[in-house]
Design a protein around this ligand. Structure first.
Ligand SMILES: Cc1cc2nc3c(=O)[nH]c(=O)nc-3n(C[C@H](O)[C@H](O)[C@H](O)COP(=O)(O)OP(=O)(O)OC[C@H]3O[C@@H](n4cnc5c(N)ncnc54)[C@H](O)[C@@H]3O)c2cc1C
Length: 416
């Protein structure tokens, strides 16, 4: 079996498929796993963030932010028709009934995925700077807090235990918040959520899977899927030596992140995925004492703050602007400004490493996991803002689908 794409999603799938006894080869254009979007994300395992960006308030919010270079969500309209198509589909997903449905789907998969991650950790002892201290979403304006409280109620109905906290309770949970105590309106705490370094996890899991027989073909760019006679016959690649090569297998899993539709569209498999660019900054904590330990979400600026060992990761912002990963200085500066504004003693400002990655976003944020019209072609892609959260559950459920077992999670699998 070939798993195409060695991000956190592809590696998790490869792990469960290998465990099922398949002979699996993982293929990636990068020399090692997790060097693209899974490299420096926000680090949150956040069932509590299952609600998609596409919600009833989103269109108005986006219009308000339009043209603001440091806006948390920015649509840079271009001549790319795929971007316009995605944008229109995104608008359709903002209808209240669609948002409720999408929240439910993502949440079910997220809760299942969190359990799968825990089981995997217990079975392997894998280390990735993980913390089981929950996620605290904090609000710095009263109106936003009231909205957050209402949304938390919906999530509780669907099985995600989110607790409303006063400002004082937030500080008791995370003492570093004392530095911005007077600005806090309140918070919502999800004790069962977790955090950890997705890059480290992916590399480690690939290593553990290799010990069980997983093969890795790095520096191998997938160019096209070759189909004939109703099935996929092979994958056309440019291999590590720069030569053309066709890789063959009995089955194929597409986990190529934002590149997935580029391979799927030519063979008639719909995959409404468009890159939603995000940024992160990683700073060394050093001897500074003001860095939070509980993973935080700052709703006003849409950033997440996660401690990874002796580093602090600040990540966020979403920009619909195409496939480029170049850094925008204004957006990088906005991340640092906000973190040091809230937590003046969080770490060493001069140590900041900036990064940008492309979230493989569907308009609904519900990923595409399951079968396709080609009997030996499967999808595990389009995990958008939640790929780290959903990777283990998606991989485990896909292995069940491929084996013909009923997945343990109730989810809208593709091709079902
Ligand atoms: C700023 C930011 C913060 C985030 N924070 C969080 C968070 O806190 N929690 C969370 O759950 N999620 C978060 N995410 C989302 C998460 O990082 C992604 O959903 C996830 O990394 C997607 O994983 P993937 O394996 O699908 O994609 P990728 O990691 O991009 O993997 C795809 C792989 O396919 C390879 N590839 C692509 N095209 C080809 C080709 N043609 N040939 C060969 N190989 C190819 C790439 O090299 C890559 O390794 C965040 C994302 C960003 C950008």
């Amino acid at each position: 079996m070939l798993v195409l794409g060695a991000g956190v999603v592809g590696v998790a799938a490869a792990w469960y498929l290998t465990a099922d006894g398949h002979e699996v080869t993982l293929v990636d254009r990068q020399p090692a796993p997790a060097l693209e979007t899974s490299f420096a994300n926000g680090g949150q395992i956040s069932a509590s963030h299952a609600e998609p960006w596409a919600g009833p308030g989103a269109p108005q919010q986006i219009l308000r932010w339009l043209g603001r270079e440091d806006a948390p969500l920015l649509f840079r309209l271009s001549a790319d028709w795929r971007q316009w198509q995605w944008g229109l589909q995104f608008l359709a997903e903002c209808l209240p009934a669609r948002t409720r449905r999408n929240t439910r789907e993502c949440l079910r998969l997220a809760l299942y995925s969190r359990d799968c991650l825990r089981a995997l950790r217990a079975a392997t002892g894998i280390e990735y700077d993980h913390l089981e201290r929950g996620i605290l979403e904090f609000h710095t304006d009263a109106h936003g807090f009231a909205e957050g409280v209402a949304k938390a109620g919906l999530m509780r109905q669907y099985g995600c235990e989110r607790k409303v906290k006063t400002a004082a309770e937030c500080v008791a949970l995370e003492p570093a918040l004392a530095a911005c105590r007077e600005r806090l309106a309140g918070g919502i705490y999800t004790a069962d959520d977790e955090s950890g370094d997705a890059w480290r996890f992916t590399q480690e899991l690939a290593r553990l899977a290799a010990a069980r027989g997983l093969a890795f073909r790095g520096s191998t760019a997938v160019e096209a899927l070759a189909v004939d006679g109703g099935t996929v016959r092979g994958v056309r690649c440019v291999n590590e030596h720069g030569g053309a090569e066709v890789l063959t297998a009995d089955a194929y899993v597409v986990a190529l992140g934002s590149s997935s539709p580029l391979l799927l569209r030519p063979i008639g498999v719909p995959a409404p995925i468009y890159p939603l660019k995000g940024y992160s900054a990683t700073i060394d904590i050093g001897d500074h004492r003001g860095a939070p330990t509980v993973s935080l979400t700052d709703i006003a600026s849409r950033i997440v703050i996660t401690r990874l060992g002796r580093r602090l990761r600040i990540a966020g912002t979403a920009e619909l602007s195409g496939y480029g990963t170049e850094l925008n200085a204004v957006r990088c500066a906005a991340l640092l400004r906000r973190i040091f504004d809230l937590f003046p003693d969080a770490g060493d400002r001069g140590s900041a490493r900036f990064w940008a990655g492309l979230r493989p976003a569907t308009p609904s944020n519900v990923p595409l996991v399951g079968r396709t019209r080609w009997p030996n072609l499967f999808l595990d892609t389009g995990h958008g803002t939640l790929g780290w959260t959903l990777a283990c559950g998606s991989g485990r459920a896909l292995a069940d689908v491929i084996a013909g077992r009923q997945p343990e999670v109730d989810f809208a699998f593709t091709g079902a």
